[in-house]
Design a protein around this ligand. Structure first.
Ligand code: ADP
Ligand code: MG
Length: 245
């Protein structure tokens, strides 16, 4: 590999304590600009907590987070969104009574100068995520898979440089997962993706870098091949799961 991309995100000794419990314990790794970076690990490993620390919904107990070398550790969510961090959450944050278009429009208005520009952008994004015919449907009426697609459109509408996706394929059908995988793969390089996903097929298809967490700790960060080959990962996480090809 020549000419490595600069780091977009750097985590330095980041921890989150809930009382005496360390949900995230001294985690450090970097995310290259343009990366498709997956975070994997068993339930309770601290993946969603880590994402909360990056998006700003949770405050770090110790450590620091740098975006483009700038310390964002203490910035509130809206300031981080302004700097280009967008997240979809494991538990949906859609406005369910509002229409599909309105959900994307509300996010697009943060960036676009006019309502017309925001509407055009919202329509383009709904096309891209595969919801071009669902504009006028209340979000509450979407299928589970469609909601996840909508969440991705809402996140993209803020024009993120760093897109955090927490288990976007959870509860999706194989066809929906396949569509989402293609959507993420087709995102432009100026959108860096940090992805938590249980579906290891999706992880190993998409990711160029994989971080493994276990019980709040950072176990390893490497290429998919390195992670698959790691004995430590095999015993701590992949365990009996057979990972092939
Ligand atoms: P993952 O996303 O990897 O499954 P989480 O980050 O959701 O893991 O949770 C990591 C650990 O932290 C779990 O044991 C969970 O019960 C605990 N935890 C998460 N949020 C809280 C909270 N608000 N208060 C106390 N414990 C929490
Ligand atoms: Mg989680």
């Amino acid at each position: 590999m020549s000419d490595p991309a600069p780091d977009l995100l750097e985590l330095r000794g980041v921890s989150k304590h809930f009382g005496s419990f360390r949900a995230v314990d001294d985690v450090g790794f970097t995310v290259r600009a343009g990366a498709r970076h997956a975070v994997i690990g068993p339930n309770g490993a601290g993946k969603s907590t880590l994402f909360g620390l990056v998006s700003g919904t949770l405050a770090a107990t110790t450590g620091s987070l740098l975006l483009d070398g700038r310390d964002v550790t203490r910035l509130p969510v809206h300031r981080r969104v302004g700097l280009g961090i967008a997240a979809t959450f494991q538990h949906s944050s859609l406005f369910l009574p509002e229409t599909v278009l309105e959900n994307v429009l509300l996010a697009a208005l943060r960036r676009a100068g006019t309502r017309a520009a925001a509407t055009a952008r919202a329509r383009t994004l709904l096309e891209r995520v595969g919801l071009p015919t669902r504009h006028d449907v209340p979000a509450a009426e979407l299928s589970h898979g469609e909601r996840r697609q909508l969440e991705v459109a809402v996140a993209l509408a803020t024009e993120p440089r760093l897109l955090l996706l927490d288990e976007p394929a959870a509860g999706m059908s194989p066809a929906e997962t396949e569509r989402l995988t293609r959507l993420i793969a087709a995102l432009p390089d100026d959108v860096t993706v940090l992805l938590v996903e249980h579906d290891l097929d999706m992880v190993f298809e998409l990711a160029d870098t994989v971080t493994v967490m276990h019980l709040g700790n950072h176990l390893t960060t490497g290429t998919p091949d390195e992670v698959r080959a790691s004995a430590e990962v095999q015993s701590a996480y992949l365990g009996t799961t057979e990972v092939t090809s």
